[in-house]
Design a protein around this ligand. Structure first.
Ligand code: 5AD
Ligand code: SF4
Length: 449
């Protein structure tokens, strides 16, 4: 099998970033080298996202740029991976003649074969979805760092009516608990301080008798100085057991990403979200009781088919009630092949824009108020490095994932946990002063240095 140098760009969700590390793991095993510049590459891969139309348009734009490189260097192999590969398949090759390889999320193991086909002048297409592929045994290619992603399950069986993911990523399946724990242990030995367990629907994780709460508990026991995060949770599968597990382990972050999508029961039903807003709000109340100090983030879609102003106001009301720390907010984008696609796209663009803006403004105000309330309080911050703006400041994150800035000092290094007193806040950032270091012992006892 031939090999060469590969350059890869990743778009979309964290799952895609984790998949890119798997893809590079597969290719490195075959002897490929990874390069950081497209001009130096024999193979350029784009790991793509189909979630909304603008994500796909961005890729088409990028393909347009790469056309020049291919004209200069016709032997260059250009490949599309990820959700767009799955969704558009042959169209990509036929319409965009410059694409040589199209490989979907469940066929990365065979990517070297498909690239070989392209080196031999044909098109390499692998878009079969699998019911079993989890890449459990593949060692991902990870640069050293503090924070790592681990996909613990793949696919989604929820079939929200607006979403392409069940079609592009196939059915749910989970990795084995043991191999995930082993991977976290290796990351701990390499000095990583944070892992995020990923799945489109992470709390439907299951390995035999073990559910997601068991996985979280096992992950938390590996190294108490490692923060454990997870995303994305579906309100239907957020069990009491899971909430108690989060409360019980200091290293599992008190932060839950729990997409609500809409505040209107009528729209939630059309979306096939399988919960009512009352159920959702009860869940939030329960989580707040079981996990003191827990914070939430969410996803919201503005302008789903038939959404009225009343439905929209219901969404704003839920935001006021829950008071999310943060939100990912989107305009509805019709995706061919989904059930919602058949409902039409009847909310005019300017109405979607107005509703989205109201949602964004409200969230910004809530985030600002929540952060203002932290002034005078203490937070534990995992230091990541110098702040983006200046070496005179260090940047890190709280357990609830808020970026926090403190003045630099020689004895604080990336990877340190420090106690910080917050003295200023914007809607996106906290500012504070150093109080002391925190050392987490293997026995899980917390000591202040
Ligand atoms: N249009 C707009 N937003 C969407 N999402 C998923 N599909 C669509 C769509 N067709 C959003 C949802 C989901 C997040 C990952 O992306 O809010 O939770
Ligand atoms: Fe898409 Fe719904 Fe599955 Fe999330 S839970 S990936 S929104 S179908």
């Amino acid at each position: 099998m031939k090999n060469g140098s590969v350059y890869i760009e990743t778009y979309g969700c964290q799952m895609n970033f984790a998949d890119t590390e798997i893809v590079l793991g597969v290719l490195k095993k075959q002897g490929y080298t990874v390069v950081q510049n497209p001009e130096d590459a024999d193979i350029i891969l784009l790991n793509t996202c189909s979630i909304r139309d603008n994500a796909e348009q961005r890729i088409y734009g990028r393909l347009g740029n790469l056309k020049n490189l291919k004209t200069k260097k016709p032997e260059l192999v250009l490949g599309i991976l990820g959700c767009m590969a799955e969704r558009l398949r042959k169209d990509l090759i036929e319409e965009k003649k410059i694409v040589d390889v199209v490989v979907g999320p469940d066929e990365y193991r065979r990517l070297p074969e498909y690239i070989d086909v392209a080196f031999n002048g044909d098109k390499g297409i692998g878009v079969k979805l699998s019911r079993t592929e989890t890449y459990d045994d593949i060692e991902p290619h990870r640069e050293d760092g503090l924070s790592a992603w681990i996909s613990v399950m793949r696919g989604c069986d929820k079939f929200c009516t607006f979403c392409v993911v069940p079609f592009t990523r196939g059915r749910e399946r989970s990795r084995s608990l043991n191999s995930i724990v082993k991977e976290i242990d290796e990351l701990s030995s390499r000095g990583f301080k944070e892992v995020t367990l990923l799945g489109q629907n992470v709390n439907s994780y299951r390995d035999g008798e073990n559910d997601f709460a068991d996985l979280l508990a096992a992950a938390a026991k590996v190294d108490p100085s490692m923060r454990i995060r997870f995303t994305t949770s579906h309100p239907q599968d957020l069990s009491d057991k899971l909430l108690y597990t989060i409360a019980e382990h200091q290293s599992i972050c008190n932060y839950i990403h729990l997409p609500v999508q809409s505040g209107s029961n009528r729209i939630l039903e059309l979306m096939n979200r399988t919960y009512t807003i009352e159920h959702y709000l009860n869940l939030i109340e329960k989580a707040k009781k079981i996990i003191p100090g827990v914070s939430f983030s969410t996803d919201i879609i503005a302008g789903f088919p038939t959404e009225s102003w009343e439905d929209h106001f219901a969404t704003l009301e839920v935001m006021r009630q829950v008071r999310y720390d943060g939100a990912y907010m989107f305009k509805y984008s019709p995706r061919e092949g989904t059930k919602a696609y058949k409902m039409g796209d009847d909310v005019p663009e300017e109405v979607k824009t107005k509703r989205l803006q109201e949602i964004i403004d409200l969230q910004q105000q809530i985030s600002y108020e929540i952060n203002q309330n932290l002034i005078g309080k203490e937070e534990i911050v995992l230091i990541e490095g110098f702040s983006r703006k200046s070496d005179e400041f260090l940047s890190g994150r709280t357990d609830t994932n808020k970026v926090t800035i403190i003045p630099s000092q020689a004895d604080i290094k990336p990877g340190d946990y420090v106690r910080v007193k917050i003295n200023k806040a914007t809607s996106a950032t906290l500012f504070g002063e150093y109080i002391s270091h925190i050392i987490f012992e293997k026995s899980s006892v917390v000591l202040s240095a």
